[in-house]
Write a new protein. Structure first.
Ligand code: NAG
Length: 245
């Protein structure tokens, strides 16, 4: 057992040490570093659709998220929600509209545009929207169209075995969707008439509903983005992600 796990670890370490060969490299001192990253990052996302085993990067299409709880707020939308088995799709179709890398400060700021991001999950919810009670247990579909995401990655250097790695200690996101479509199956214990009416109502008020839920979505997705980013940054020394010459 020990030997097997030792061999496994040793071979994983060897393979882990560099970016996949077909990823675009952007040089640290290149005056066009930001322009290079604008191309390289979405290119890498598409190449990671099925994950990268050597870097322990999970499949990104769809990206699985274990769960998320939203406590009832105090505004017009007071709903306790529990999501499990979350699958996000569409992220790898994102383009980068702006990139600002400040490698000396270990800070990356970027803006992406995702044409369509689907969030599908098992949900349980209970609460009220405006004056209407809502409850259900089924499958949720939250689809964001033309979603602008502002990412702010705040990192710091970590030294290990004579190499410097970049560690993202804080990953902040802001979601600005052009349009949000919501659908919850099996609302009100499967009462179709009430469920259809509620879904209609949710979509007519999707800006209001989304605004109340946005913080929780941002928090939980930013920690997923942070994990994926750190999987790569933690496996590959910084000067192999951003070559120095
Ligand atoms: C989720 O909703 C969007 C928008 O209504 C729709 O295009 C998509 O097919 C739905 N996805 C699933 C899995 O039902």
């Amino acid at each position: 057992m020990l030997l097997v796990s030792f061999l496994f670890t040793a071979s994983a370490v060897l393979a882990e040490n560099s970016l996949p060969a077909d990823f675009i490299r952007c040089r640290q001192k290149d005056s066009g570093l930001n322009a290079c990253l604008k191309t390289a990052v979405p290119d890498a996302l598409r190449k990671m659709k099925k994950g990268v085993m050597e870097l322990s990067v999970p499949p990104l299409e769809p990206l699985s998220v274990s769960g998320m709880n939203i406590e009832a707020g105090a505004g017009p939308v007071v709903i306790t929600q529990n999501y499990k088995n979350i699958r996000l799709s569409g992220l790898t179709d994102s383009i980068i509209t702006n990139y600002k890398a400040d490698l000396k400060q270990y800070r990356l700021r970027t803006e992406s545009l995702t044409p369509k991001m689907e969030f599908i999950a098992d949900y349980i919810m209970k609460g009220r929207i405006l004056v209407l009670p809502i409850q259900g247990k089924g499958i949720a579909n939250v689809t964001m169209v033309n979603l602008v995401v502002k990412h702010d990655l705040i990192g710091e250097p970590v030294s290990r075995d004579g190499e410097t790695y970049m560690w993202i200690r804080d990953y902040r996101v802001k979601f600005i969707p052009k349009k949000v479509y919501l659908h919850f199956s099996n609302l009100f214990n499967g009462d179709k008439r009430l469920g259809d009416q509620m879904n209609l109502f949710l979509n007519e008020n999707s800006d209001l509903v989304f605004n109340e839920l946005k913080d929780a979505y941002e928090k939980s997705l930013s920690s997923v983005f942070q994990d994926v980013t750190n999987k790569i940054f933690n496996s590959v020394p910084m000067n192999k992600i951003f070559p120095e010459d």
